[in-house]
Design a protein. Sequence first.
Lengths: 326, 326
Amino acid sequence: MNDLKNRILEMVRDDLTGIEAALIENLKPNVELVSTVARHILFSGGKRMRPLLMVLCARMCHYQGDYDKTFSIIFEYLHAATLLHDDVVDEALMRRGKPAAHHLWGGAAAVLTGDFLLARSLAIAAETHNIRIIQTISEITENMAQGEIHQLMRKGDLHLSEAEYLEVIRRKTAVLFQGACRVSALIADAPASWETALSDYGYHLGMAFQMADDLLDYTDDSLALGKTVGADLREGKLTLPVIYALNAAGSEDRLRMEAIISNETFSTQDFQALITYLHRYGGVAYTQQQASAHIQAARTAIARFEPSPTRELLMDIADYTLQRKG
Amino acid sequence: MNDLKNRILEMVRDDLTGIEAALIENLKPNVELVSTVARHILFSGGKRMRPLLMVLCARMCHYQGDYDKTFSIIFEYLHAATLLHDDVVDEALMRRGKPAAHHLWGGAAAVLTGDFLLARSLAIAAETHNIRIIQTISEITENMAQGEIHQLMRKGDLHLSEAEYLEVIRRKTAVLFQGACRVSALIADAPASWETALSDYGYHLGMAFQMADDLLDYTDDSLALGKTVGADLREGKLTLPVIYALNAAGSEDRLRMEAIISNETFSTQDFQALITYLHRYGGVAYTQQQASAHIQAARTAIARFEPSPTRELLMDIADYTLQRKG
């Protein structure tokens, strides 16, 4: 597993360096508070997954220009803006092992810096003068806001359906991955079939990524993510492992699970008991299967391209998504 | 004064009806929470100043299409998004005589609905397929975020300069007025000289509007605005009447004023004393003069057009900006 991670990191080292440089360059001219808050969220161990996907997909489309790194920042900015606002919304304590931005600089600074990053993303998109790119970026931001709102509305609702969960993660996560992969084809002026293939790859990767992320909340690796143990549950967010297990459990065990979920101050013992139920009623296994199926679909989408080192890298990234610990 | 207001309202009645219809139409397809929160902020006595300016300026440019009302919504959405986020940022209690949205539905819903309205604005802009319009809208959002952040950074700072104040109100208010007037020329494909004239009109009108708004905090008409008396001061916002008076006062009175301003729980008596200082040291008169000068500049800009009922209406709106009580 570590071999896979190391192989990927080795292959993308130069790309990551370029993305970091573009991020630093782009943040420079801004006022102190924006720079400070934005740096805190942008330079605290993010994996640069979204800009990296954009750069690699542009390479798949034989993109020759030098705008890909600058442009890829959009997807990190949109991601960071969402994290800043989500942490305010969820009253989260920690993010990537550090205190959440709003705890250090206040909710006001976190909200406004998020607004700035959102606005900046759209300004970078507008620089391309490409209507389809601009429309894609504006659709992503709209979907992300709607996904977050949908999630907020269903907060704490024990009857959240699998279909609703899928719609929420599609909008709040998969659409951004999909957009990052799709616009690389637009920026490279690639054929429509390539755009569709990369778009499909990004969508399925994003769905699997969020499911894997949601599973991490119920493993012993929460610390590796720098998250509070059981954070999703404490925030009233029902995710697939829980939704599936609740539906599969008999009425007696369902009531026991509901009691733990509804109790805002559940103990570590309660949480361990819940994890046992999630395994017993197949919630963990089902989520793993669904994530695997999406990864398989992502691989199939990218298999339409001729073999190349970049294609293999995208395949590796898909595989690694299922295995990551943080 | 009421004559002027009534004359304006009579002239724009059909336009306002069209703008209201477009707003209602555009909000329809959204989820319940977004609609509820957005309706609260959008349909609580807003004057529709920004969309109205866009529609009237488009008429100045002989715009013949039927997209002006739909497009004008952008400026009301951007305004509403800012109000939602600002009220969270400022921990404001009231807005237009009603409880602020975050008090009714929580900060989370207010932040996310603001994000949605921001995203929706950009989606409507993208529908025009006009790069200059899209760039103008993206520049407006960037400036507004930066203006708000600048204001936040200087919160409670007794040494805020007039130049900094002007820069803040330019970004957070005037740029939006300016943009609403400018894009009407772009949507009508009008000559560059018309675009400049309308842009200048909007800029000066916006500067005067904000100065007049800041003055209202120090008059007896706060109740008409549905604001808390002395709200700006309680939020640590120094505006032109205070900045000017602080600089004009002798050191003894300056200290007295600073004591009131720095005291977060100042009494009504303290506040009345401060208003007396603002008059004594010319803060009120100076702000009125500066606002008047901007209105004069707005009138001069629009005077470049041939006389017409719409031009007279824009002149009337400029004059009314100085006189409004809410």
